[in-house]
Design a protein around this ligand. Structure first.
Ligand code: FAD
Length: 313
């Protein structure tokens, strides 16, 4: 079997994994990033990233990832397009198995595979993603100034995202698919103070309509389509991608990895960063900082330091 040896193997080439690669490679650790497909990650799917500090406001997620990747390569990090299918964490050096049959052996491992994408169940959802269909109001609300949007979902996330949108959009329809929200009552009551949010209960979207961009929604049981410029979906939630770890890492609740302040998992030498960790706010800048910290703590682990070493001294 073909085995490659590295100081640090990073699984996942999103902003968390790439930021970790920049810091690990700059710390002169032999570093490799394994990524199955950058377009499959959350940032890779984002059409425009307007809020990442220091980059022009019309950059796409893939362009931002390419730029991070080049930076990591300039410090010596290697990249392979590989889907990781399994880990063996039982020994001091960890084995990472890929779908192509390769084995990467790591002195330290950083997991940064993000969280599971949405289910794309609604007719038109996939086709109009990025041109009116979004999963992130914090990311995209500013594109809908004065326009009409809908938010679909019954969770606290849906309620909070409707409030974020109400600061930008002229009108927000909050479409709850059931007769009540699953959010705390004080959160739902807060909707009363937002005059441009209209809450509609028992409203399920069966189709998202539009030619080049979202134009309207077909709602089950309603004759006329609801005309909107955009729709934000919070229907299926997301969960961390850790299936390939095969239950070797402790979780605090269902699929939420147990993590120390140094981003270490329950297995020494295995770290995790990014949306793979359960968190309230999912943003590129947050996961990039986690990738940086995971790499600096991996460096501390490998070199037996008492504290993490800054990159600049
Ligand atoms: C549509 C959309 C728009 C967004 N817009 C913004 C925005 O404007 N600004 C902002 O700050 N944030 C935005 N976000 C949020 C941001 O993209 C995420 O918080 C961030 O990308 C998470 O980074 P990550 O590195 O943890 O995971 P991801 O970016 O999801 O990257 C994970 C990587 O791991 C790879 N992977 C998964 N499983 C395996 C495996 N088994 N083997 C190998 N590789 C694997 C994936 O292919 C992917 O490349 C947006 C999210 C979405 C979904």
């Amino acid at each position: 079997m073909n085995t490659e040896h590295y100081d640090v193997v990073i699984v996942g080439g999103g902003p968390a994994g790439l930021s970790a690669a920049i810091y690990a490679a700059r710390a002169e650790l032999r570093t490799v990033v394994l990524d199955k497909d950058p377009h499959a990650g959350a940032l890779g799917m984002a059409h425009v990233i307007a809020n990442y500090p220091g980059v022009r406001s019309d950059i796409s997620g893939i362009e931002l990832l390419d730029s991070m990747k080049s930076q990591a390569e300039s410090f010596g990090a290697k990249f392979f397009r590989e889907k990781v299918t399994g880990l063996d964490l039982s020994k001091r050096e960890k084995n990472v198995f890929t779908a192509s049959g390769k084995v990467f052996r790591a002195k330290a491992l950083i997991l940064a595979t993000g969280s599971m994408g949405k289910s794309r169940k609604i007719k038109g959802e996939q086709e109009l993603l990025g041109v009116g269909v979004s999963y992130c109001a914090t990311c995209d609300a500013a594109f809908y100034k004065g326009q009409v949007v809908a938010v679909a979902g019954r969770t606290g996330e849906a309620v909070e995202e409707a409030k974020v949108l109400s600061r930008f959009a002229g009108k927000v329809y909050l479409l709850c698919p059931t007769s009540s929200f699953s959010a705390p009552s004080e959160m739902v009551e807060g909707l009363d103070f937002q005059p441009n949010i209209e809450v509609r209960y028992n409203q399920s979207i069966v189709a998202i309509n539009g030619d080049k961009a979202v134009e309207s929604l077909t709602i089950r049981g309603e004759n006329a389509p609801l005309e909107v410029d955009g729709v934000f979906l919070y229907l299926s939630g997301s969960s961390p991608i850790i299936d390939y770890a095969g239950g070797q890492l402790d979780c605090v609740e269902e699929s939420c990895l147990k993590i120390g302040a140094d981003f270490s998992t329950s297995v020494p030498g295995v770290f995790a960063a990014g949306d793979i960790l359960c968190k309230d706010i999912k943003q590129a800048i947050i996961v990039a900082s986690e990738g940086c910290r995971a790499a600096l703590y991996a460096d501390k682990f490998l070199r037996g330091r008492s504290t993490a070493k800054m990159d600049y001294n």
